[in-house]
Design a binder for this molecule. Structure first.
Ligand code: C2E
Ligand code: MG
Ligand code: MG
Ligand code: MG
Length: 280
């Protein structure tokens, strides 16, 4: 207890706090520099259909740090969101995704693939977000239906009215939105009736328990989400499929898209296609 230990304990505490602040400051400066130094890259995780055929991918952001190596989004996205750096980073992601889709358009075996990008609240609620998406699409000259925008339930609830307009405008232009990590946020089923989303992505926390012995509850939840999605005319993607047994259960529940380590981890783009040519 700090009082009993006397002044030293306070100094130790101060020191730890200062260290943490310094580390945060370094990370922020590194992050700021990373954009202009072009240290970001996209990795791609396969999405397959019920027959196991590659139908698309999710773009997942990686930071090639000059000193620390490959940094995962969990380690820098929260700070990027806090500082607002997520906006330029997110714009880079959108542009890179559109360029990737353009490259796929030029190859007959890849032309059908969709690409999903994750979007943070801060980015989504920028006034020019929809314009950014549409100009990325027109500059890359890609069919809008190839791009998907992943948003979360908590993002939607921040400003449901604005979200509804943006999702609707994107849909009018042919761009589809998916609700990521579905079932884990502050779910309100009423927004499904009012938002023009095209897809639900069932969170990995449900998928991962499906092949366990005590899976009755997760099974019921997954089946309910899948049939709700189907009734609403939405695509339903199961995230985090790691075992064949999970895949079987999810197919029986009539999910129609599947993503997870069973089909491939997120990889650089050149590793996406060969992996799935073999698998299919
Ligand atoms: P998410 O959008 O839900 O992405 C799925 C995460 O689950 C990815 O982690 C992926 O590697 C991991 N995953 C996929 N399949 C499996 C599996 O079978 N088992 C397990 N254990 N994990 C699996 P990652 O790449 O570390 O990304 C974490 C989160 O960071 C993403 O969650 C997303 O919310 C965020 N993120 C990634 N890229 C971006 C981006 O460009 N912009 C923004 N705003 N957020 C991003
Ligand atoms: Mg996602
Ligand atoms: Mg997810
Ligand atoms: Mg997730």
């Amino acid at each position: 207890n700090a009082k009993k230990a006397g002044g030293n304990a306070f100094r130790v505490f101060d020191r730890a706090m200062l260290d943490a602040m310094a580390a945060r400051h370094v990370l922020e400066e590194d992050l700021r520099a990373a954009i202009s130094a072009q240290q970001f890259e996209l990795h791609f995780q396969a999405q397959v259909d019920a027959a196991g055929h590659l139908v698309g991918a999710e773009a997942l952001l990686r930071w090639r740090h000059p000193r620390d190596g490959l940094v995962m989004p969990g380690s820098f996205i929260p700070l990027a969101e806090e500082t607002g750096l997520i906006v330029p980073i997110g714009n880079w992601v959108l542009e890179a995704a559109c360029n990737q889709l353009r490259a796929w358009q030029a190859r007959s075996e890849a032309r059908h693939l969709t690409l999903a990008v994750n979007v943070s609240a801060r980015q989504f609620y920028q006034e020019d977000f929809v314009d950014r998406v549409m100009s990325g699409i027109s500059q890359a000259e890609i069919p809008p239906a190839r791009l998907k925008i992943e948003i979360t339930e908590s993002l939607l609830l921040r400003d449901l009215l604005d979200a509804r307009t943006k999702v609707g405008t994107l849909r009018d232009h042919g761009v589809r939105c998916a609700i990521d990590d579905f079932g884990t946020g502050y779910s309100s089923l009423s927004y499904l009736a009012n938002l023009d989303v095209a897809e639900l992505k069932i969170d990995r926390s449900f998928t991962s328990k499906l092949d366990g012995a005590d899976n009755q509850k997760e099974l019921a939840i997954v089946q309910a989400i899948a049939s709700l999605g189907r009734r609403l005319g939405l695509e339903v993607c199961a995230e985090g499929v790691e075992t064949y047994a999970q895949y079987e259960v999810l197919r029986a529940a009539r999910c129609n898209l599947f993503q997870g380590y069973l089909f491939g981890k997120p990889v650089p783009v050149d590793d996406l296609m060969p992996a799935l040519t073999d698998q299919a």
